[in-house]
Design a protein around this ligand. Structure first.
Ligand SMILES: [Cu+2]
Length: 132
């Protein structure tokens, strides 16, 4: 990872780099799993999110030093309102087959991405990103 970080400015670390120097990170969502790189270098990244279905999915990015995300009283969804201070951004509901993008700036630390359609987080639609 250290060698990777050192090469970032030169080669984009093997990933795609847009003209603005924003790195592209590909994420796949499906029922009920999110596939994403576990480790990322700090900086500006464009999360390109493919919904591989078959259901509708969202994607929310939060900085999450504490670990466990709070649930609403319905027991089926994450309490996004409680996470507002640490939310970096969100993609609202996307149809199966859609590809959407969200650009965020990542600082060293632990992040979590998740889908907050009813029951999807509980079903396993979350992933931890370790930045640094
Ligand atoms: Cu979902």
């Amino acid at each position: 990872m250290l060698a990777c970080a050192g090469l970032l400015a030169l080669a984009g670390c093997g990933g795609n780099t847009s003209s603005a120097g924003v790195r592209v990170v590909r994420i796949s969502e499906r029922d009920f799993h999110i596939t994403a790189p576990r480790h990322l270098a700090p900086g500006r990244v464009k999360l390109v999110v493919a919904n591989d279905g078959p259901d509708l999915h969202e994607l929310i990015v939060v900085r999450d030093p504490a670990g466990t995300l709070p649930l609403r009283t319905d027991g089926l969804t994450v309490n996004e309102e409680a996470l507002a201070p640490v939310e970096l951004g969100a993609l609202e509901t996307g149809a199966p087959g859609s590809v959407r993008a969200l650009t965020v700036t990542l600082h060293p630390g632990r992040y979590e991405i998740f889908c907050n359609m009813a029951g999807h987080y509980m079903g396993g639609m979350h992933a931890v990103l370790v930045v640094g």
